[in-house]
Design a protein around this ligand. Structure first.
Ligand SMILES: [Zn+2]
Length: 156
């Protein structure tokens, strides 16, 4: 299913009736320690969803040196990341290259083809913030010569 050309609407059907203390057993822990996730997940590559609700998809992503993802773009949301470890490079539509390291924040507008590579010598960690349903539209990357022959769409 493609979202291109049709508006995306978000249904918020779980509303708080007023100030509400967080109860036990919620869908998302109140505190996530990155070091605990890293220890539990083991060697890269891996991705672990940290927060998922009607408006947020937050994912911790680990890449080994040289590792990365496929060039893709998003139709209905801008995507951003916080680099928590390592050195990463974003390559974007139009020949734009963004180098980022720990504590940097990278923002990519909707429609921009982007792919991310670990260009350092150590494990990289990035916290990705997207919006559901987070369809990925895969695309070749002109400037990097990435000829993509995988599936064209994927929903996070
Ligand atoms: Zn993306």
């Amino acid at each position: 299913m493609s979202t291109v050309g049709s508006p995306v609407t978000i249904l918020i059907n779980r509303l708080a009736a007023g100030p509400t203390a967080p109860g036990p057993g919620g869908a998302t822990p109140l505190l996530t320690r990155v070091a605990d996730v890293v220890a539990r997940m083991g060697p890269a590559p891996w991705a672990r969803r940290i927060i998922a609700d009607e408006r947020n998809l937050v994912t911790l992503i680990a890449s080994a040196p040289g590792g990365g993802n496929r060039p893709h773009w998003h139709a209905e949301f801008d995507e951003w990341w916080v680099v928590l470890a390592g050195r990463l490079q974003w390559e974007l539509t139009g020949g734009v290259v963004v180098d980022a390291a720990k504590d940097d924040i990278v923002w990519v507008p909707r429609g921009a083809v982007h792919h991310i590579r670990n260009v350092g010598d150590e494990l990289s960690l990035r916290l990705a913030v997207a919006m559901p349903p987070a369809w990925h539209f895969y695309s070749p990357c002109e400037q990097c010569g990435f000829a993509d022959d995988g599936p064209r769409e994927w929903c996070a």
